[in-house]
Design a protein around this ligand. Structure first.
Ligand SMILES: *Cc1c(COP(=O)(O)O)cnc(C)c1O
Ligand code: SF4
Length: 449
């Protein structure tokens, strides 16, 4: 309490950083955007009407190199790009805006465009929601036996939005927050009853937009003896990159770190799953300080990101990022394939290119950086890794395997798909060697019934 008071006094007295959000209404106001032409800004606004746009003062002032726009990766990571919509959609939308079309007409088009952007990939909504006592458990996803995902209701936004985000439908409000849970009671019952669950992953949006107090309502109960089977608590967050002050100067930064300490002291493994897309996010002093402070609590930081065209599509970016993470004591964990939703056409690369970049980056770092796994497609049947491209008896193929499967039996069993230089997602792949289906397909149908 005393510390909290002192902290808020300090903020006033020394004007410690306070988050300031920027959105569509700031596109014409931000001085940094003045170098863009009017038509570029109009296009940016048009895209921001369809897909979520939010950034903040730290991203704008400390992460983006404004001498390097529009190429700057962090600029592309948070500011809408004209090419994120199809040429036709963008032009019709701009035409309607310029000619003062009625809001109804504009909204109608916006919604049409959104539904063309595949808002519900991978059957997330339909298939992973657990039933307990004949009722669904709100805000929980349970896909793999040992791990449960929790979506706290007040953690369903982020300190800034990534332009590629696969959770975009929830930020523009076309997906109701069926995913989110307000009360912790029902998921606690569910966890209590399912002794096979060892891992809880609190995710969002970004759960660390919540206050330490709110977050503790989800976490503290799990530290009680009746939840002995829960050994690991993970928090998926982008705040280490987008708002590192969360761990250093925010009014409840210290409370948050004390909460982390309590989790560790209770004998659990606490993993902060830090979402980092580029090494630029690790360069600022404050971001490194945040990492040091988190690690002092005994929590681990594991890192993950998708591989994205225009943002991190070179081996050097990845190897430098992993190396910096290892130096700072973080553990590289996942490198994802960009998902088939939203502006997938803009950010995605052919699977073969993604694999080549991953492989080349992997070769450049020592074993401590090779804890990273990828490139991974998080898809309906499970987490599928592209292990490589090779040739067997004259047929060029992709070698694939599961890191996680709806049926754990599928894991680490190599399987093969016809080589296709243009494939960007699992749905583009066909079984190799003239097979009619992949080995997991029959069982998958059974499991999804
Ligand atoms: C990735 C993922 C997990 C965690 O898998 P790990 O292999 O333990 O990292 C759990 N649930 C879902 C739905 C996931 O996508
Ligand atoms: S931080 Fe994560 S959930 Fe939030 S916009 Fe970025 S990718 Fe999406």
């Amino acid at each position: 309490m005393v510390l909290q008071k002192l902290n808020s006094q300090l903020i006033q007295k020394y004007s410690l950083p306070k988050i300031k959000f920027y959105g569509i209404q700031d596109i014409d106001k931000l001085p940094q955007l003045k170098t863009l032409s009017e038509i570029d800004r109009l296009a940016m606004k048009a895209v921001a009407m369809v897909l979520p746009f939010r950034t903040n003062n730290y991203v704008v002032e400390s992460l983006i190199d404004w001498n390097n726009i529009p190429e700057d990766p962090i600029f592309r990571l948070t500011f809408p790009q004209a090419e994120m919509l199809s040429y036709e959609d963008l032009n019709i939308l701009i035409y309607l805006i310029k000619n003062n079309a009625s809001p109804d007409k504009i909204n109608h088009l916006i919604n049409q465009i959104r539904y063309r952007l595949n808002p519900h990939p991978s059957g997330q909504k339909e298939y992973n929601i657990p039933i307990f006592d004949n009722e669904i458990v709100p805000g929980v996803q349970h896909k793999y036996p040992e791990t449960v995902l929790i979506f706290p209701a007040s953690g369903q936004v982020c300190h800034a939005y990534c332009t590629f985000c696969f959770r975009w439908p929830q930020f523009v409000g076309i997906e109701d927050l069926k995913f989110a849970t307000r009360e912790s009671g029902r998921f606690q019952d569910y966890l209590h009853k399912n002794r096979g669950i060892t891992d809880v992953l609190i995710t969002g949006g970004d759960p660390l937009v919540m206050s330490a107090k709110q977050l503790s309502r989800y976490i503290e109960p799990l530290l009680e003896p009746e939840f002995d089977h829960i050994q690991t608590i993970r928090i998926g967050t982008k705040s280490v990159a987008y708002w590192p002050y969360r761990f250093v100067t925010d009014t409840d930064a210290d409370d948050l770190l004390r909460l982390f300490e309590r989790v560790v002291r209770a004998g659990k493994h606490l993993a902060i799953m830090g979402h980092y897309s580029h090494w630029q996010e690790l360069e600022t002093e404050i971001s490194q300080k945040a990492i040091r402070r988190i690690r002092m609590t005994g929590a681990e930081i594991r890192t993950q990101s998708p591989l994205l065209r225009y943002i991190n599509d070179s081996p050097e970016v990845w190897s430098k990022m992993w190396q910096m993470q290892v130096n700072l004591g973080c553990i590289p964990y996942y490198c994802f394939v960009e998902r088939n939703t939203g502006s997938h056409h803009y950010f995605s690369l052919p699977l073969v290119r993604t694999w080549e970049i991953f492989r080349e980056a992997f070769q450049k770092v020592s074993g401590l950086g090779r804890t990273v796994r990828g490139p991974v497609m998080s898809s309906l049947p499970g987490k599928i890794v592209i292990d490589g491209v090779t040739e067997i008896r004259g047929e060029k193929i992709f070698v694939l395997s599961f890191l996680q499967g709806r049926d754990p039996n599928w894991c680490k069993q190599p399987f093969f798909a016809q080589y296709n230089p243009n494939a960007t997602w699992l749905s583009d792949l066909k079984p190799a060697f003239g097979e009619k289906k992949f080995f997991f397909e029959d069982r998958l149908k059974e499991l999804l019934c």
